[in-house]
Design a protein around this ligand. Sequence first.
Ligand code: GRF
Length: 224
Amino acid sequence: MSTKRRVGVLISGRGSNLQALIDAAKAPDYPAKLVLVVSNVPDVQGLTRAEVAGIPTCTVNHRDFPSREAFEAALDEALGGAGAELLCNAGFMRLLTESFVSRWLNRHLNIHPSLLPAFKGLDTHARVLNAGATITGCTVHFVRAAMDDGPIVAQAAVPIHADDTEESLAARVLAAEHRLYPHALRLVASGQVTMDGERVVGMLEGADGTYEVALFSPPLPGNF
Ligand code: GRF
């Protein structure tokens, strides 16, 4: 019997992070299986990526619903129907209500292209460059109701070059995102991280097979 955790993915567009998860999940030892991809925008590239990979898809268009709650009830119904246990936002561009967030508490990940808690929100790379930052990166965190807020599961740092444009920086960070998201989902799906209050901590396996809490979740190996 498969012990893989069943994962739903929420998207709104291109789906390159979804593709990174699809590719990672092909490994026999990957602890998660993508069981449904839901887009709130019809006909996006991410839906095609899922179809090509043989993953069930559906579109739940927020414009078709009278309220945020009704939209989210439809999301929940689709995810419940697929038996999703974990949820990943991958370029999902809708804010979710406290009620939805609490139903998926500590089972719901988001990726953001900055070193949170710096540079939350949109137009991240332009703001990073305008601020004169020399290092940026990406963050996978558990979702909370506030935008790009929540306990950090994993981060990758990315250098900023003097001649970077918004586009060149976005491309460098995106390459890091594609390595980071599969790593973070692996940590969560395999139980290698746990919560200590509102902080994510790692679980260290001792020689005797017992686990103890480590200070940080295991970092992504390698540099950018
Ligand atoms: C990524 O940069 C992600 O961090 C942000 O939106 C972008 C989505 O890109 N939340 P994609 O759809 O995964 O290609």
